[in-house]
Design a protein around this ligand. Structure first.
Ligand code: ATP
Length: 313
């Protein structure tokens, strides 16, 4: 087994009666990656993550964390692993600080490290202000931040998250994304696997993706490779006045531009090329002086996701 993969799932299978929820799945999660675990409803993501965190047993196959098979020695495999997999339950009469202490004691930390870790983590998950209030009064977003906080106790090297932004309101989602982004940016030795249906969130946060359907692996790859897969990129240029025909044809004549069409104040452009072509396009559009105030790329992950899921039906 490669030491570069802190999570390695081999021929994992889960049957419920005659129904196959996870169908001999193979998955490798690279060290220090932030991997988005994707797939339609019922694809088998939660089942896989529950086996990985020993909440349920597999029918067959192996699930290794740091080289130890969870199905054989869950205690050793899950040491140093932070998880938020099922909807987290907390004692409502405890405060975040007391909850962190409780979790710290369970995982065998001493009083001094519990205190310093709690200070550091509550700050990280933006809960310092509420550290002494009872969790019973908290919103779902605040509880979810505490859930992430307890998963980060004692500096885990692997974190497993099942839909961390699910059920949160737009502000809660944005706050959670911020927390996860900071986690990604601040942590040097941390491997994260996170299931999600929110593709723009995954594009934003993750550097790897694993896509499954019907319990089977469809693709696992770097986000950068997914972005390049299509070869063509669709960009929307927003301009501050309705663009003239002349403006459209000047864009059409730019390097790498295959087509340009006007929709109201927007110009939809198809580009042929890689990230370098995008950089050049941005500079060229700006130099045209046509009042362009934003250029957005269509989400390449969404295009790839929809195509691959359709093919794997
Ligand atoms: P979602 O994105 O909707 O959360 P998922 O990819 O996480 O979906 P799972 O929850 O892993 O999918 O479910 C995979 C399949 O297994 C589904 O068809 C589900 O109905 C089925 N399943 C899950 N748990 C059980 C169970 N306890 N008994 C029977 N079938 C189950």
């Amino acid at each position: 087994m490669s030491s570069d993969n802190p999570i390695e799932i081999v021929e994992l299978r889960k049957e419920y009666g005659g129904f196959v929820a996870v169908d001999n799945l193979n998955l490798s999660v690279k060290r220090n990656s932030f991997t988005g675990f994707l797939g339609p409803n019922g694809a088998g993501k939660s089942t896989t993550l529950k086996i990985l965190t020993h909440l349920i047993n597999a029918t067959s196959g192996q699930a290794y964390i740091n080289g130890i098979d969870v199905t054989k020695d869950p205690k050793a495999a899950l040491t140093g692993v932070g998880t938020v997999v099922e909807t987290p339950e907390f004692y409502p009469y405890l405060t975040p600080r007391e909850t962190m202490k409780y979790v710290g004691q369970i995982i065998g930390m001493n009083a001094e490290s519990i205190k310093s870790e709690t200070d550091r983590i509550l700050e990280k998950v933006k809960m310092t202000e509420w550290e002494d209030k009872r969790i019973g009064t908290f919103s779902k977003g605040m509880r979810q931040r505490i859930a992430i906080g307890q998963a980060l106790m004692n500096n885990p090297s692997v974190v497993i998250l099942d839909e961390p932004t699910s059920g949160l309101d737009p502000r809660g989602m944005a706050e959670m994304r911020d927390i996860l982004k900071n986690l990604r940016n601040d942590s040097r030795d941390l491997t994260v696997i996170m299931s999600s249906h929110v593709l723009h969130e995954v594009s934003d946060l993750c550097d790897r993706i694993a896509l499954i359907n019907h319990g089977k692996m469809i693709i696992q790859d770097d986000m950068s490779a997914i972005r390049e897969t299509e070869g063509r990129r669709r960009m929307t240029v927003k301009v501050n006045t309705v663009p003239e025909k002349e403006t459209i044809s000047r864009i059409e004549q730019l390097n790498n531009v295959m087509s340009a069409e006007r929709y109201g104040n927007d110009i939809e452009v198809t580009l042929d090329g890689d990230t370098g072509a995008c950089v050049k396009f941005l500079n060229d559009v700006s130099a045209l002086n046509i009042g362009a105030y934003s250029v957005n790329e269509e989400n390449a992950l969404e295009t790839t996701y929809l195509k691959l899921i359709k093919e794997s039906r």
